[in-house]
Write a protein that binds this ligand. Structure first.
Ligand SMILES: Cc1cc2nc3c(=O)[nH]c(=O)nc-3n(C[C@H](O)[C@H](O)[C@H](O)COP(=O)(O)O)c2cc1C
Length: 470
């Protein structure tokens, strides 16, 4: 590992920590003492207050609009659906004062006028702590819930997302900061000429609306993006201020972040103005052996035989009940190279054949059985060790520009963050890689982002015309 700070591309970079709460048991739920906690407001508040004690930048929530299924039946391993993040955030905003509140909300099945108003409301209620993680949601299966159905292929999903986000942006831009009277002698409470009528007619959507909600103390909510395809990365490079990914293996993470920065520069941005934040878990122990043992125990709870089988079935898209988990991967190819019939987890967006090639390469190189392969893949999603060793590793990643922060999934709910807050955060602070207090009160201030993105984002056609290969 490179220990000389000055040799790093970003010697003074600091890490952001967010908490990613997946709205459901992330380990074998049958051993969870309080199942109802997953719908208990006080439990969410306890988790988020703990994160705030650890100076976390944000709490991040995902979105899934349909209960998960596996091979045509309800997926009882993935148990829960996801309550509405913005409604939950309205509750959490009242019990916190610094931590950001980032909701994953899709563009494919929502309406920009409605969404702009709802996100801006949470931004106001939290006094400038809201963020929007823009996803396009890649499965037509979710679309069956909606009158539009599963109507968009990837290309059009992102064209639609462009129009959607641009409309939201225009609505947020359209409410002038000085629209509301500053004193009681003013002629009217609201200055009509400080509102801009948003009148858009695009390829996919049209809207004619006067903005309804004034800007928050941070101006506008922070834009994140999650989606890994070429289209998704370009979309992030044009629009996002943060990107949620799953890439934490060092070389892969460095390459991904470099690719995102290169794409952002091609659209005329500095490139380092986009925060790359992968999801991961963190397991700590007083010694390395203790941490490894704890991580092994957590994996064992998560990876029941049923779950392992399901992970493989998700890719093969067929019942593999007869397959020996202590033997090799099935030799046959999946019947169809299309999106998984296990909806909403792990393999969305990947062609099964590509995933299988990747898995076979690992299993063959290391002589792994199915069980060992799945254990290996799960292990790769965690930073494990003593607080000092994990802090060293994270500092190495962040100074090497592998990422800007982590969306940490707690290993229990609601009290799974204690070790990170009490043991890891002080180690990061000692290394000068983590703040000792919140830099400000808004999410933008705490992420080091400019106050507002208003007007920064031109229309897609304009951007495409100006884009230069970098
Ligand atoms: C790290 C990560 C988190 C995601 N979280 C969600 C989510 O919470 N809800 C959702 O509908 N889609 C989520 N997505 C999926 C995206 O919406 C998108 O459908 C998927 O990545 C495929 O997009 P692509 O075509 O750009 O690869 C996530 C994707 C990534 C990479």
């Amino acid at each position: 590992m490179n220990d000389r700070r000055q040799d790093y591309p970003r010697p003074n970079a600091r890490l952001h920590l967010n908490v990613f709460q997946p709205f459901g048991p992330i380990y074998d739920w049958s051993r969870t003492p309080r199942l109802r906690d997953y719908y208990e407001p006080a439990a969410y508040l306890a988790l988020v207050q703990e994160a705030e004690r650890g100076l976390f930048s944000a709490v991040f929530l995902g979105e899934s609009l349909r209960l998960r299924e596996h091979l045509g039946a309800l997926n009882d391993i993935a148990v829960t659906g996801r309550p509405d993040a913005l409604a939950l955030f309205a509750h959490l905003a009242a019990g916190t004062s610094r931590i950001g509140l980032v909701a994953t909300l899709n563009t494919t099945y929502t309406d920009p006028v409605d969404l702009a108003r709802r996100i801006a409301t949470v931004d106001l209620l939290s006094r400038g702590r809201a963020g929007w993680n823009v996803v396009t949601t890649d499965n037509g299966w979710t679309g069956e819930n909606f009158r539009r159905g599963g109507f968009l292929d990837r290309h059009n999903r992102y064209r639609y997302a462009e129009e959607h986000v641009a409309a939201v942006q225009a609505i947020w831009d359209g409410f002038g900061a000085d629209a509301i009277a500053a004193d009681r002698d003013a002629a009217s409470w609201l200055r009509p000429d400080a509102l801009t009528l948003v009148d858009r007619a695009g390829e996919h959507l049209s809207a004619r609306v006067l903005p309804q909600v004034p800007p928050s103390p941070q101006g506008q909510a922070v834009y994140f993006q999650a989606g890994d395809s070429d289209e998704g990365r370009d979309f992030a490079a044009r629009r996002a201020e943060g990107i949620f990914t799953h890439r934490i293996e060092f070389d892969d993470a460095v390459a991904f972040t470099a690719d995102i920065r290169r794409r952002a520069r091609a659209y005329g941005r500095p490139g380092d103005d986009i925060l790359v934040i992968p999801g991961a878990s963190i397991v700590l122990g007083a010694t390395d052996a203790e941490a490894q043992e704890k991580a092994r125990h957590l994996r064992e709870r998560l990876l029941t035989d049923r779950r392992i089988r399901q992970i493989v079935e998700e890719v093969w898209q067929e019942d593999l009940g007869h397959v020996d988990l202590d033997g090799p991967l099935p030799e046959h190819a999946p019947a169809a190279d299309r999106q998984s019939r296990t909806h909403g987890i792990v393999h969305t967006g990947h062609e099964p054949s590509a995933k299988i090639r990747e898995w076979r390469a690992i299993a063959e190189a290391r002589g792994y059985s199915i069980r060992q392969l799945v254990d290996h893949l799960t292990r790769a999603r965690a930073f494990v060790g003593t607080p000092g060793a994990v802090a060293d590793e994270l500092v190495h990643f962040v100074r090497s520009d592998a990422f800007d922060g982590l969306n940490v999934t707690p290993d229990a709910f609601p009290d799974g963050l204690g070790d990170v807050v009490d043991l890891l955060v002080p180690e990061l602070q000692e290394r000068g890689a983590y703040p000792r207090e919140y830099p400000g009160t808004t999410l933008r201030e705490n992420l080091g982002l400019p106050e507002t993105v208003g007007h920064r984002v031109p229309a897609l056609a304009e951007l495409e015309a100006e884009a230069v290969p970098v």
